[in-house]
Design a protein around this ligand. Structure first.
Ligand code: SF4
Ligand code: SF4
Length: 395
């Protein structure tokens, strides 16, 4: 983009500066790209808040943390972000895409991809839609040559070998490399580490690759992380210089992926446990609420009859109970008392019988009917009445 669309890159830089409130913008360009430096300086001639800085061509100076250190002298802390230092680092492709999105409304649907190596007939830069198969780019670049020994997606140091060209170009893809055998000889078989420390000498992040390799190989991932595994930028320098041809970066990628998976698994199980605990608490709360409702219902039921007992009670039942109580009381009172009908003479008994007969023939005394129903319709009440009256006459 710097050579072909420098103005678009500058527009993107201005938008970014406005959005981020950035006071200063440094554009680092390696000193082996003089045309790009010239094009960008010309595009920036009216800008005083952005400046092109020529940096030494030294792999991997394009890495985010390395570039920040070269341009500002500041070191991004381990496991930290540049934003913690008040710095945001973007590449020029992102700046051009931002200008497209903001100024023309065109979303990020294409990438500039370099198709190069002795294995392709006409190496070139192609702007292709994201999702285009790698094979179509190679076709556009004149197709395969007899020297092609493989296909690498990405740069020579950090790229991935592809087993087929029917792989789509993704948003992060920037290079398709078709090297010859001379450019990328097949990897030799790995031998044991001889502790030469060459890997540590070349590491741009000052890590100890041999230690990380040791623990990654033993699947002791936590110990590998103790050696700042996640600060590794996978630049491949250590693998490149290793005299034992140990594919160190592969071990580090494996250890990182495995650590992420373990972390994800731990996070998932924590989430599941949290959901289980929450469900348990919810069930307990619902059970407690149900019991409280039942208890309240019982209490309400227990209170209701006590409150309106007299009013709520069936008047017929009340009359029966009262009569039964009176009968029982009278029976109890009469039990031990001497009756004047004991030891009657036959004549006296005859007199009583005659009186009883007269009483039965006499008009019944009209009594006030109970609140609901009458004694004449209720055999139970009549029986009680009979008992009560016979008991009365017996005394
Ligand atoms: S460069 Fe290779 S052999 Fe030497 S210490 Fe590192 S891993 Fe071991
Ligand atoms: S790939 Fe090797 S050299 Fe590069 S950062 Fe990681 S450990 Fe260091």
């Amino acid at each position: 983009p710097m050579l072909n669309f420098p103005d678009k890159v500058v527009d993107g830089i201005r938008i970014l500066q406005y959005l981020l409130g950035a006071e200063e913008c440094l554009i680092g360009i390696e000193d082996n790209k003089p045309e790009a430096i010239l094009a960008m300086r010309q595009a920036l001639r009216n800008q005083d808040t952005a400046e092109v800085v020529r940096i030494p061509t030294h792999y991997p100076s394009g890495g985010e943390k390395q570039l920040i250190r070269i341009l500002t002298g500041k070191e991004v802390p381990s496991a930290g972000l540049p934003a913690q230092l008040g710095i945001i680092c973007h590449n020029v492709g992102t700046a051009a895409a931002i200008a497209d999105a903001v100024l023309t409304g065109r979303p990020l649907i294409s990438r500039l991809v370099t198709t190069t190596g002795e294995g392709v007939a006409q190496p070139c830069n192609l702007e292709v839609l994201i999702g285009t198969p790698a094979g179509e780019l190679i076709e556009q670049a004149g197709g395969y040559t007899d020297a092609a020994s493989g296909l690498i997606y990405g740069g020579p140091m950090m790229g991935f070998r592809l087993s087929t060209d029917q792989i789509p170009i993704t948003k992060g893809g920037n290079c398709l490399l078709l090297p010859s055998v001379a450019e990328s000889p097949p990897p030799e078989s790995a031998r044991a580490c001889i502790r030469c420390s060459r890997c540590a000498d070349v590491c741009p992040v000052q890590l100890l690759p041999q230690q990380m390799y040791w623990y990654a190989r033993a699947k002791e991932l936590e110990k590998a992380q103790d050696y700042n595994l996640f600060d590794c930028i996978e630049c491949g320098c250590c693998s490149h210089v290793c005299p034992s041809h140990i594919p160190l970066v592969h071990y580090f990628r494996y250890a990182k992926t495995e650590s992420w998976e373990q972390e994800e698994e731990r996070r998932r199980s924590e989430h599941a446990k949290m959901r289980h605990d929450f469900r348990l608490a919810r069930m307990q709360r619902m059970e407690a609420e149900r019991k409280a409702r039942l208890r309240k219902k019982k209490e309400d039921l227990a209170k209701k009859p006590a409150k309106g007992k007299a009013a709520a009670k069936d008047p017929k039942k009340a009359a029966i109970e009262a009569a039964q109580k009176r009968v029982a009381a009278k029976k109890a009172a009469n039990k031990n008392s001497q009756k004047n009908t004991d030891h009657l003479q036959p004549a006296q008994q005859a007199q009583i019988d005659a009186a009883e007969q007269r009483r039965q023939q006499a008009e019944p005394v009209e009594e006030a009917p109970p609140a609901s129903g009458g004694i004449e319709n209720d055999p139970e009440l009549q029986e009680i009445f009979k008992q009560e009256t016979s008991s009365h006459f017996a005394t």
